[in-house]
Design a protein around this ligand. Structure first.
Ligand code: ZN
Length: 306
């Protein structure tokens, strides 16, 4: 069984029917109970102090201290609307919002594992959605300005009425195994001795299995046969879905594409198990549990087959 992945487990009801009603959204924006999560240039507001908690605010923050900021509806929790608020226009946001010493803006990736799992997932949802809005101010069809609709779940062109929806980009990430070894690769920019699962974007008109086989062959020249889906992980940097797979190699000879990888090699089950058990213990270094690559390697090291 796969474990829950970091950034998964969002507790919000995304309110897909309610958000069609502009009047209802306007009401929620005014309600005192509604909660607003400020972001500044994609960093999320987190309270100082332990345990780390998101810096939810009330609606007076939007009206009085950050007027004109973009607001998107994330969803409902126990009937209470939760919004993300983009205050990127402020120069010194903690000072402007009167939050100095109480809360600060932090990168979602950096603070992820310090937050509770539900809050981490909400922080990721807000980051992905606000980033998408910031990148889609203009229509990809005609170039005119776009306006947010459905409480921030789409943008509509002011000129040609084209509707644009937030996208999620699928990425396959795979541990390729051959008998008692698995194929891992490294990029030149990574810390010394760090290896991870191979990965790449799913191409147009491609299945997950085809993407796994193509990426592995392109990067290492190794042919892959059977592919098994293992688990997935939202990765909102900016908008990926990591699709974790275990795959079976049909060939073993490696020839690395230097544009993609610095090196790739076969590692024994013992080497991988030791690296997972003793982070920084010397020899092989693998990604931390925040990354699905870690869990794929763990599954394989624990004997899961393809
Ligand atoms: Zn247009």
């Amino acid at each position: 069984m796969s474990q829950p992945q970091v950034f998964s487990g969002n507790p919000l009801d995304r309110a897909s029917s309610e958000r069609r009603d502009r009047g209802w959204i306007a009401e929620q924006l005014e309600r005192e109970e509604s909660r607003f999560l400020p972001y500044w240039r994609l960093s999320v507001l987190v309270k100082t102090g332990i345990p780390r908690e998101l810096g939810w605010a009330r609606n007076d923050l939007c009206d009085n201290k950050a007027p004109g900021s973009e607001v998107v509806l994330l969803g409902l929790r126990e009937g209470v609307a939760h919004f993300a608020l983009d205050v990127s226009g402020l120069e010194k946001p903690e000072v402007a919002l009167g939050l100095s010493g109480l809360a600060r803006f932090e990168e979602v990736r950096a603070v992820a594992t310090q937050l509770s799992a539900p809050e981490c997932a909400i922080a990721a949802q807000g980051r992905a959605l606000l980033d998408w809005h910031a990148r889609h101010r203009f229509c990809a069809v005609c170039g005119a300005k776009t306006t947010a609709g459905l409480g921030g779940l789409m943008r509509e062109c002011d000129e040609c009425d084209a509707e644009h929806f937030p996208r999620t980009d699928p990425v396959v990430i795979m541990v390729v195994c051959s008998e008692d070894t698995c194929l891992l690769g490294r990029q030149a920019a990574w810390p010394p001795d760090m290896y991870s699962a191979l990965a790449g974007f799913v191409d147009q008109d491609e299945t997950i299995e085809e993407a796994v086989r193509r990426e592995v062959f392109e990067e290492t020249n190794v042919r892959v046969g059977r592919v098994r889906y293992y688990a997935s992980q939202p990765w909102p940097f900016p908008s990926s879905l990591m699709i974790g797979c275990l795959a079976e190699a049909e060939t073993r000879e490696i020839s690395v594409d230097p544009e993609e990888l610095q090196s790739a090699r076969w590692f024994s089950r013992e080497e991988v198990a030791k690296a997972l058990a003793e982070p920084g213990g010397g020899g092989l270094t693998v990604p931390p549990p925040m990354a699905i690559a870690h869990h794929l390697m763990r599954a394989w090291a624990d004997g899961e087959g393809v």
